[in-house]
Ligand binder design. Structure first.
Ligand code: SF4
Length: 348
């Protein structure tokens, strides 16, 4: 739950995609630069690895949406979900994709560290995204800035949010502040988040969990299960007290069953969709591969000047039959995506 890419979520692990389900298309902004320097960001690795270097243009990104949609695939939403899209070199990607998606009435959302949100207020209003995720890893300056690797990040994000909301007050309910729990490092500060958001007039907060695994595939996280359970309960109570809707990221599903009271939090991504991720390097991943953000040298790349994205995906062995539209409508109506449009659970 960050502007960088999340770890694989529970409902994706082990799932093999065939793109028969409604599709969530996630995209990464070019990763060559960022205005923050989060210590745990994969950006360092991407910068070091030339295989990830950028090759696709904004038009290629838009064309991918056009071709997928024209082929009959039901795209539920497009989301810029990695690196920082509000930088001058990255915003044209969002511009091109959102314009294409809006014409096709496909939902649009993006994640940002929020420091330059106000810069694009006019463009954001025009693109009319259903959700904007803003990353804050602490409710105080010291904690947040330590985890964002930049002194002043906290103030700049809050200032930019204020300026943006002055221009676009109707977007208040569309902003979902996202935080990652890094165990004891920021737990105390995160408990203050609902109060901070309420003071800003914001209404939604989503919590993700930093998860790693050991050599044996055991899931590791920074708090003991008892402590984690207590912490989630406290977040839920604090959120309710301040009128904040509290969500947890799907990675909590990895420890589902181990925490008896996990059910009290609302879950983000539904399992009834497929994910497809497009990287500016031309790498495209689907299903359980779609959380990958650092390509390996042997991974194939889409070359849009030589083939359509449909032909490329077919070459990878993904059947792209047209989805049954009647079935899709039923599925979408039953999913968390559109049960209540204003408060829809959108994967970010
Ligand atoms: S703000 Fe920048 S450095 Fe931080 S996680 Fe996002 S892309 Fe990485």
């Amino acid at each position: 739950m960050n502007c960088r890419v999340e770890p694989p979520s529970a409902n994706m692990l082990g799932s093999k995609s065939d793109l028969q389900k409604p599709l969530v298309v996630t995209m990464l902004a070019p990763a060559s630069q960022c205005n923050q320097n989060c210590p745990r960001c994969y950006l360092t690795e991407v910068r070091r690895e030339p295989v990830n270097s950028f090759t696709l243009t904004p038009d290629h990104f838009a064309r991918a949406i056009e071709e997928l949609s024209d082929s009959g695939i039901n795209i539920l939403t497009v989301c810029f979900q990695g690196y920082e899209v509000t930088l001058p070199g990255s915003w044209p990607y969002l511009d091109a994709v959102f314009q294409e998606a809006k014409e096709r009435e496909i939902r649009r959302s993006f994640l940002t560290n929020g420091m330059r949100l106000h810069t694009y207020a006019e463009s954001i209003i025009a693109h009319d995204p259903s959700r904007i995720g803003v990353s804050l890893d602490g409710a105080d300056q010291e904690t947040n800035d330590r985890h964002r690797g930049l002194a002043g990040a906290f103030k700049r994000t809050l200032k930019s949010l204020d300026l943006f909301l002055e221009e676009a007050p109707d977007f208040r309910d569309r902003i979902l502040v996202t935080s990652v729990l890094y165990g004891q490092e920021n737990a105390h500060s995160l408990l203050e988040m609902p109060k901070l958001l309420a003071a800003k007039g914001l209404t939604k907060w989503a919590l993700g969990l930093e998860i790693t695994s050991d050599d044996f595939g055991h899931v590791l996280h920074a708090l003991t299960l008892d402590r984690l359970s207590e912490f989630l309960t406290a977040c839920d109570i604090e959120s309710a007290k301040h009128g904040i809707s509290f969500f947890v990221g799907d990675e909590f599903g990895l420890i589902d069953g181990e925490i008896a009271d996990l059910h009290f939090v609302k879950r983000l991504p539904p399992s009834s969709v497929d994910f497809l991720r497009i990287l500016p390097s031309g790498h495209i991943y689907v299903g359980n591969e779609s959380m990958k953000q650092v390509a390996s040298p042997t991974d194939p790349k889409w070359r849009p000047n030589e083939e359509s994205i449909i032909a490329y995906l077919a070459k990878l062995g993904l059947p792209l039959n047209e989805t049954d539209l009647d079935q899709d409508v039923a599925l979408v109506q039953n999913s968390d995506f559109v049960r209540d449009d204003k408060n829809a659970n959108i994967p970010l």
